[in-house]
Design a protein around this ligand. Sequence first.
Ligand code: SDX
Length: 428
Amino acid sequence: MSDYAELNLDGNSYQLPIIEGTEHEKGLDISKLRASSGYITVDTGFKNTGSTKSSITFLDGEKGILRYRGYPIEQIAEKSSFLEVAYLLIYGQLPSQVELDQFMSSIKEEWLVHEDIKTILTGFPADAHPMGVLSSLVTAQTAFYPESLDPYRSVEKVNRTIIRLIAKMPTMVAWAYTRSKGRMSNYPNNELGYVENFLKMMFSTRAQEYEVDPIIKDAMDKIFILHADHEQNCSTSTVRIVGSSHASLYASIAAGVNALWGPLHGGANQKVIEMLNHIEENGGDVQKFIAKAKDPDDTFRLMGFGHRVYKNFDPRATILKKSADQIFEKLNIDDPMLEIAKHLEDVALEDEYFVKRKLYPNVDFYSGIIMKAIGIPIEMFPVMFSIGRLPGWIAQWKEMREHQEPIGRPRQIYVGATERDYVPLDKR
Ligand code: SDX
């Protein structure tokens, strides 16, 4: 393979170095193109543009491959735990038992949050969308830990911020949820594991301690694992570009929460359930919604279908579809919504419109159905995605800062008005 590509422009020839990754992905290094040729490249939506070189997550959209630090998602989902995956993504290696225990005890030192968070929460209407509340509470952490604003802090101090985020996010989510229901806040319990503690804080009341069903705990743990990282997706790219200005990790993560909120991204899981509800209310008329999704004049999209990278199948959806069957059976749930989802999937995968565009169920298609079955309120679905994606956001931000990457600042091609003189108000 040649070491560079040759570009001929205006009678000149330019050599673009070829970069090849450990999985033999290839890219053209255009970092000197503008300086040498005056040209830039344009790729709206960055469908063909790499923003960085990363060692965290590898995915192959054609083959449906997803690996965290080289470990296949199928093995990770079956054998690991969310906290172990968080450690793997952030620190690069699977932890020893000693390292995992230390990680968990560091988290327990930090999973209480400042009582003034309750004062901030009282400022929100009870029906405020929890993603807006969450991004506000994450940003507010810079007020409680102003030392995090120092971009040149020691590794140990940055690590303390990392632990605080992993530790406090579930507590803040639970406090926001219980407050929205008019209930008292529940506090972390150091006797419990990470996911079990979160579920108890969410659903226990003063009158009734929430008993954590191991099936539900395992399902939530697996959902968090499957959402933990996904290379340079919209919200992760947001975290990286905000962090590239040397904004604090809290500010960068809050930006990621806001990017994930969008219905085309992490907000899709909530929209999937709303869509399936609509179909159920319309007598299960799947064809009607398939037709709407195909209609170029209708903005409706089949939520939970399609992906920028996966063009055969989303391995996470495959795992979750299998889990959905197991969870429904174990919990003895007979929710018609699962059957409607499967019927929708079968019809869509036979339809030429979806086949031609390589639109398959993505991670959001089945995650919402499982979260509904285990009792997660629908408005909290994107928040669950945020808790799951947090280790990936942190790992990607940490890698960007460790590589001392420059501030992200794309160029543009200007297509507006050419030079013209100012017209005084009385002449317009
Ligand atoms: C996530 O990137 C990641 O890694 C994201 C994620 C992660 O883990 O971080 O995997 C999580 O965000 C999953 C995606 C969740 N979003 C949804 O389920 C929303 C529905 N899906 C789409 O909006 C869409 O498929 C996207 C946003 C996911 C991908 O959009 P692209 O790659 O920009 O593709 P496109 O919009 O250019 O669509 C190509 C064609 C278009 O038709 P034509 O103009 O060629 O006629 O496919 C059509 C689109 O109209 N299309 C759909 C569709 N998705 C694409 N048509 C109907 N229903 C859909 N869901």
